[in-house]
Design a protein around this ligand. Structure first.
Ligand code: SF4
Ligand code: SF4
Length: 311
């Protein structure tokens, strides 16, 4: 039986998604990830704790938040201006106080919290509401972050879904200890495994971790539950999009008897979120790949005998 009282940190729940798994899906985004990919589309999912988003465009410079912060984490910006904002948050001082005094003080929606502690039964409420729309092949997808970062919480959500006959998918970096991944086999119908870069040094450079454990985990998963594993490759210009890398990923996929790869073109949706979290976006000048490049890379995958879908 699922423990419906188990709690974890969730930063979003999106209904009626047609991405990230088959059919119509409810996506539950869990906070926490061990990777730090330069192109991350959900940087608010990296740290497991709740964080403050600062929307500079909404800020009018009333400085109410400065008065309310008990830790003096907020100060006036030295170069006050509308598009860069009137305040600065010292993230090293902010302790994400439970009462969120700064967020409460802001009447202009310039400060928002990302990340909420929720129980499994609270997560299941919107999922059960959406269930009639899942029909035959839709369901829930746990995303993030990497859902394995909050393994115990993810397990209870997955169990609750299975108890309600709901199809389950996990979007993962496959970086967790293998035993944690293996423990979810009875409760997961589909693993959407990100595989980004085959060259170990480049992987370390662009994600902050080695790819050794990821490759080992995917090999073991492919041997144990091959029909449940789908490889997804974010196509990031200058990082993952060289033909050698895509060919090597396709060969690895084939050698491990997996049959499908999805190529996901880079987009810049993460950039404003980096800025709202007070972090520098590592690749401001990179532009999304064009349709011709995506088609050419699809052909490279298919030349290796692997079925390829773009998007
Ligand atoms: S973030 Fe909100 S409370 Fe703080 S100065 Fe801006 S408008 Fe005022
Ligand atoms: S969350 Fe709390 S500690 Fe952090 S900046 Fe806001 S008031 Fe200060």
């Amino acid at each position: 039986m699922a423990n419906l009282n188990k709690t974890g940190v969730v930063f979003d729940i999106q209904s009626f998604s047609t991405h990230d798994g088959p059919g119509i899906r409810t996506i539950v985004f869990l906070k926490g990830c061990q990777l730090r990919c330069h192109w991350c589309a959900n940087p608010e999912g990296q740290n497991v704790f709740p964080e403050v988003f600062y929307h500079a465009m909404n800020c009018v410079g009333c400085f109410e938040c400065i008065q309310k912060c008990p830790l003096d984490a907020i100060t006036r910006a030295e170069d006050e201006q509308k598009n860069k904002g009137f305040i600065r948050i010292d993230r090293s001082k902010c302790r994400h106080c439970p009462q969120l005094d700064c967020v409460q003080a802001c009447f202009n929606d310039a400060l928002k919290i990302t990340g909420k502690i929720m129980r499994v039964d609270e997560v299941m409420k919107p999922v059960m509401r959406d269930k009639p729309y899942f029909r035959d092949n839709g369901g829930i997808t746990l995303s993030g972050g990497d859902p394995f970062f909050q393994h115990d919480f993810a397990m209870e959500i997955l169990k609750a879904c299975k108890e309600n006959y709901i199809h389950t998918a996990i979007e993962t970096e496959a970086f967790a200890a293998y035993e944690k991944i293996e423990a979810t086999f009875p409760y997961v119908d589909l693993y959407l495994c990100d595989l980004k870069i085959m060259d170990p040094a480049k992987h370390q450079q662009f994600t902050g971790v080695s790819n050794k454990r990821i490759l080992e985990n995917i090999k073991k998963m492919a041997a144990a539950v091959p029909s449940k594993v789908l490889i997804r490759v974010p196509v990031i210009p200058g990082c993952t999009d060289d033909v050698e890398n895509i060919r090597a990923i396709a060969a690895f996929t084939r050698e491990n008897n997996l049959t499908r790869i999805h190529l996901l073109p880079y987009h810049k949706l993460g950039q404003p979120k980096f800025e709202q979290l007070g972090r520098e976006y590592p690749m401001p000048d990179v532009q999304p790949p064009d349709k011709g490049q995506m088609e050419a890379l699809k052909q490279v995958v298919e030349e290796e005998g692997v079925v390829c879908v773009v998007g």
